[in-house]
Ligand binder design. Structure first.
Ligand code: DGJ
Length: 732
């Protein structure tokens, strides 16, 4: 078990394979201090890091300077209002309106495995794969109990933290902020790395040195958002892609969040992640319990690469569930970019007929099949098949698709309602809105108030009826606008601050119903591309559509950023037609295939209308998918070169767990005269082994692992725009 309590020294020590995390109980009052998190240490005698034998000392020794102690001590879970003026993890308002709070250690429990978190997505443990420490702290004045939970996943070097607050008092109080994790450390010249973006430009890596004071990222959109991810890495001054110290944290949550780093007066860093706190409040009546989302904390002394490997392994083993977790996903063809709203049964079947001949395995019918949905302006909420478009209904279409040997998938946007819909006409009060104000429309639609049970049930009944009516084997769950005008008729005035979080609980409940009731359906989440790409969503769907930008070159940065923390098996990626609909660029069909192979792989085009020479390439791409997908899904991912840095090419590699196989993808972004072949230094191979290297249409060669890693793999110079090459290495 990776957790020990040293009674005499009052120290908890949490160990993973390569990291240690130490917490100490200090003074008679039971302050909980953060001692250390970093590279694994053998002993536990690190209490000196708390600096309690220096002025101002602990309050029992120097009550005069209690405030100086509170404002300096590295708190494990800092609270607001009693003298620690740095950012608090917990802010509570009593019934009388006071905000002062203290937390003292009360008890703890250590056990094998981990508990589920009521209503929220969270990591789960396999047999013996984790142990949990729960430390209970108390504020006697409020009658509040705070349970700090640490689940230690030794093999993946991840500590999953979360917090629950229980009202054991006689009066209600209001939670104004409940961070999922707080970490106090000495500053090591940290740079913050985040995944910044926009619609169709998701997940661009952004680095900025931490300045003194306060900085961070936030989502107030009701979704985790295109603009940033609920994630931050802190890189020590000398950290690189492959070396140095990197701390990572991400939230298993899909709604409003904040990640904050505060560099204090003594050059310490306080780092937090959790629910966004400005728009949040939650009333906790006596006996009630509030659970904050889970945070996944990791530390790597092998640069960003170590963090990436920890997160990939962790998400694949302890977040993603269901039948498709460890399986190849069917190669799909989606009709969105092929037809947009303009399709009928015959059009879809013509795509399916051609696709089935080429080896594509599933047809996905996207937006436009329900109600009177002929454009964006209507029918969301009316999940009934439009039989004018789909003559013979869904059963006929699905049966015909199945007859071709293909599976069938369908698109929904269950969280939304169009003003022009039967649902809205019947229940205008079901849309999120402030009474008396007209809510802002986005993409011509409103958001349903999923904090209300009757709304959740109505949406579910409709979705379930469609899924029951035919042999549907895949669902794309879309969500195309953020939340604003927050008001719910289901909540009293004092609880309106709960809406955004209650909305997410409603979404999670719907998706839980879907995966429980239809365990064989492959679920793919989507939010105008990657607007809600996070570990919370991955708990329900093993894959997420990662961007509406399907251009192979734009996708390089988007998929590089996404793959920094999420496994390739989760990244929705398709080959689309050119000129690309998002950016107007034309790229070789082969290159589009190589980029999509580094994700779930599929097609998003009208296969009956693309050029014959492109169509002819599809069977070979399908064969590549079948040959390499196990390796891509399960292997260790290495970033070799980034087009953002080289300005010439992008390169990544996947290596099998036993290091016997590897796939290298190289994409040229700039060509021109006066160039020669490129040498790219590979990673993760066995130095003494010999590998047979095949690719780029050249004669296979045999090279040792060390030569490939230290000298490099030769990438021949090729003329033409956006040439891509794939190299397959196998140990001989
Ligand atoms: C946004 C998604 O990202 C697209 O793939 C497509 O499903 C459209 N919505 C449909 O409205």
């Amino acid at each position: 078990m990776g957790i020990a309590y040293f009674e005499k020294d009052r120290i908890f020590k949490l160990d993973t394979l390569h990291t240690s995390y130490l917490i100490g109980i200090v003074d008679e009052e039971g302050f909980l201090g953060h001692i250390y998190y970093g590279k694994k240490v053998s002993g536990h005698e690190l209490g000196y890091l708390l600096r309690t034998d220096e002025p101002p000392f602990v309050p029992s020794r120097n009550e005069r300077d209690r405030l100086s102690f509170l404002d300096k001590f590295p708190m494990e879970y800092p609270v607001h209002g009693t003298g620690d003026f740095r950012e608090a993890a917990l802010r509570v308002r009593s019934k009388e309106g006071h905000k002062a709070c203290t937390l003292a250690y009360a008890s703890h429990e250590i056990f094998s495995g981990k508990k589920a978190i009521q209503g929220l997505p969270a990591s789960f443990a396999g047999e013996g794969s984790c142990a949990t420490l729960e430390i209970t702290c108390r504020d006697a004045h409020l009658g509040m109990e705070v349970v700090l939970s640490y689940s230690v996943f030794e093999e993946e070097d991840v500590i999953a933290r979360h917090v629950e607050v229980v009202n054991r008092g006689a009066e209600g109080f209001c939670l104004e902020k409940v961070a999922s994790m707080s970490l106090d450390m000495d500053n090591r010249g940290f740079t913050a790395l985040t995944l910044h973006g926009a619609w169709a430009r998701e997940c661009h890596m952004q680095r900025r040195a931490l300045g003194k004071g306060y900085q961070g990222i936030v989502s107030r959109r009701g979704i985790s958002g295109h603009q940033d991810h609920p994630f931050m890495a802190l890189m020590a001054a000398d950290a690189t892609r492959e070396s140095g110290e990197v701390y990572g944290v991400q939230l298993v949550y899909s709604g409003n969040y904040e990640v904050r780093a505060e560099v204090g007066q003594f050059d310490t860093v306080r780092w937090q992640i959790g629910l966004e706190s400005e728009d949040f409040s939650w009333t906790l009546e006596p006996g009630e319990r509030f659970a904050a989302p889970e945070a996944l904390l990791t530390y790597s002394h092998r640069g960003l690469e170590g963090m990436t490997h920890s997160y990939h392994d962790f998400i694949r083993r302890h977040i993603i569930r269901g039948k498709y977790r460890d399986r190849k996903r069917p190669i799909l063809i989606n009709n969105w970019e092929a037809t947009y709203f303009d399709f009928d049964t015959e059009k879809l079947l013509s795509i399916a007929r051609e696709a089935s001949k080429l080896g594509i395995e599933m047809l996905v019918m996207d937006d436009g099949w329900f109600g009177n949905r002929r454009d964006e302006h209507r029918s969301l909420g009316d999940w009934r098949v439009n039989e004018e478009k789909l003559k013979g209904g869904l059963p006929y279409l699905v049966q015909e698709v199945n007859r071709l040997g293909m599976k069938f998938g369908i698109w929904f946007e269950p969280e939304m309602v169009s003003p022009d819909s039967d649902l809205y006409r019947a229940h205008p009060d079901w849309a999120i809105a402030v009474p008396g104000r007209t809510p802002s429309m986005a993409r011509g639609q409103y958001v349903l108030d999923l904090s209300r049970r009757e709304v959740v049930d109505c949406v579910w009944d409709q979705v379930e009826a469609v899924l029951k009516s035919a042999n549907v084997e895949y669902v794309k769950w879309d969500m195309n606008r953020p939340l604003c005008d927050l008001g719910s008729l289901g909540l009293p005035a004092g609880r309106q601050g709960e809406l955004a979080h209650r909305y997410m609980l409603g979404v999670y409940e719907l998706q839980e119903r879907l995966v429980t009731r239809f365990p064989d359906i492959l679920l793919e989440n989507c939010s105008s591309g990657g607007g809600r790409f996070d570990a919370g969503m991955l708990y329900y769907s093993p894959q997420i559509w990662c961007s509406d930008d399907t251009d192979a070159i734009e996708r390089l940065a988007i998929q590089e950023g996404t793959a920094l923390i999420y496994p390739l098996s989760a990244i929705g990626a398709h080959v689309s037609d050119c000129p690309n609909h998002a950016v107007g660029r034309s790229t070789p069909f082969e290159t589009r295939g190589y980029v999509a192979l580094a994700g779930t792989f599929g097609y998003e085009l009208d296969v009956t209308r693309i050029p014959q020479e492109d169509r002819d390439i599809i069977p070979a791409q399908v064969a590549l998918y079948h040959k390499y997908n196990d390796l891509i899904r399960e292997g260790d991912y290495y970033r070799i070169a980034s087009a953002a840095e080289t300005h010439l090419y992008d390169c990544w590699q996947v290596v099998s767990g036993d290091r016997g196989e590897s796939l290298v993808t190289w994409i040229q972004v700039l060509c021109g005269p006066g160039r020669q072949s490129h040498m790219v230094r590979l990673k993760g191979l066995e130095p003494c082994a010999r590998y047979r290297v095949e690719g780029a249409g050249e004669e296979p060669i045999e090279v040792s692992g060390d030569a490939l890693m230290y000298a490099g793999l030769r990438i021949p110079d090729r003329k033409g725009d956006f040439v891509g090459m794939l190299f397959y290495l196998v140990r001989v």
